[in-house]
Ligand binder design. Structure first.
Ligand SMILES: Nc1ncnc2c1ncn2[C@@H]1O[C@H](COP(=O)(O)OP(=O)(O)OP(=O)(O)O)[C@@H](O)[C@H]1O
Ligand SMILES: [Mg+2]
Length: 390
């Protein structure tokens, strides 16, 4: 479905009829019009806002993310939406949903992005089971490419998870820059009450503490997301949240069921020490190398520039030839030095504090207590029972 054609009148019905993703009908609490956008149904629900399928006369189908009425009066929530807009502006649109418009100062703050007509990875796996074969490899390549563009923009996404990967008809898109932060800044950590939390099942262990924001966190979350894509579960799945957080910090990931060719790459991204993980570019290079079929390169059909003749194929690589992969990408088990000592000094007191904040924030935001998919925004100082309509 191409959402870029100008629309009006009956053309809107035609556009809506072609939409493939599930669209939930509006309720009486939903807006039907927001500035120049008509809203036709809900396509997503998050911790902070609802996402609507909208139409705009000039652009056709769009996605409109609206801050929940409960959070409109909360300056921190408005600031986060402003931060999401600023981050989305910095990232090339090729692997995300292009930011089209935003209005942050009105009674109903919102942002508008290109509509991606495909399910989230979360929905896809829940409805149809794990991905395998080329579809899984394509997802890995597309999402790593997205991370490269995000990191080159000087940002860390900080919330890479199955609900934030959309399986568009032309490839995967990484969306939702709600808690993205510039590289090198200090994140508040999960035990802070003033930050939106990433999702425990997919977050990196260093996100539990106030820490310098580095792209390595996204590689960890990417590997957890890929594990979910391949198996339908996080590599740190566990009974309750405390057990999950404990495994996240102290235990090896469970990669059973992940195809062999992805396993060591994912394991290297899931190293507890962020400094030992590969960069997104290194991970992509290694993945492409691992996906290359064994044997000599195929003879190019277009020939060589000078002779017009086809180039002779080079001899096959000798058995035992050196591994040409960049050293930093190879799996290195975490050493006892560096941050290992700090991890071991982890106190159960802090774990309890993190769990307490997670539970309190979950209760405050009304999130489903059994879900590990929703990020939990910190509660605003005062909830406002404002009607959804301006
Ligand atoms: N541009 C888009 N095109 C199509 N669907 C979208 C788009 N943006 C968001 N969605 C849908 O809405 C859902 C929630 O979007 P998003 O993650 O941006 O909101 P959120 O409030 O931050 O959610 P969460 O807090 O769960 O991460 C997505 O999982 C997806 O299903
Ligand atoms: Mg999201």
């Amino acid at each position: 479905m191409n959402g870029s054609a100008p629309v009006g009148g009956d053309a809107v019905d035609d556009l809506l009829a072609g939409v493939r993703v599930e669209v939930h009908p509006l309720t009486t609490r939903d807006l039907t019009v927001l500035d120049g956008y008509r809203l036709h149904g809900r396509i997503g629900e998050g911790g902070q806002g609802s996402v609507y399928l909208g139409t705009d006369d000039a652009r056709g189908l769009v996605a409109v993310k609206v801050l929940h009425a409960n959070w409109v009066a909360d300056p921190a929530s408005r600031d986060r939406l402003a931060g999401e807009v600023a981050a989305a502006r910095r990232v090339p649109a090729l692997c995300t949903a292009r930011l089209l418009d935003a209005r942050l100062d009105g009674p109903t703050p919102y942002l508008v992005t290109e509509f991606v007509d495909g399910p989230s990875l979360q929905r896809q796996v829940r409805s149809n089971g794990p991905l395998a074969g080329d579809a899984l490899d394509r997802l890995a390549v597309g999402t790593l490419t997205a991370l490269i563009t995000i990191h080159r923009a000087g940002l860390v996404h900080h919330d890479v998870k199955p609900g934030n990967v959309l399986l568009g008809p032309d490839g995967p898109r990484v969306v939702d820059f709600g808690i993205a932060a510039p590289t090198g800044t200090v994140s508040p950590g999960a035990s802070s009450t003033d930050g939106v939390l990433a999702t425990p099942a997919f977050m990196a262990p260093e996100q539990l503490d106030p820490a310098e924001v580095t792209p390595a966190a996204d590689l960890f979350s990417w590997a957890s997301t890929m594990t979910f894509a391949a198996t339908g579960r996080s590599p740190f799945h566990a009974g309750d949240e405390a057990a999950l957080l404990h495994r996240l910090e102290h235990e090896a990931p469970d990669l059973a069921g992940v195809p062999q060719h992805l396993r060591s790459l994912l394991r290297s991204c899931l190293i507890k020490d962020p400094q030992l993980r590969p960069s997104a570019q290194q991970a992509l290079n290694r993945l492409l190398e691992d996906l290359q079929p064994a044997g000599p390169p195929a003879t190019p059909v277009w020939g060589t520039p000078d002779s017009g003749a086809t180039a002779p194929a080079p001899p096959p690589a000798a058995a035992g030839a050196p591994d040409r992969r960049p050293q930093a990408v190879r799996h290195r088990p975490p050493t006892a030095g560096r941050r290992g000592g700090r991890r071991r000094r982890h106190s159960s007191k802090r774990l309890l504090a993190v769990v307490a904040v997670v539970v309190a924030v979950r209760l405050a935001s009304g999130a489903d207590a059994g879900s590990t998919e929703q990020p939990r925004p910190a509660a605003p100082a005062a909830h406002q029972n404002a009607p959804a309509a301006p």
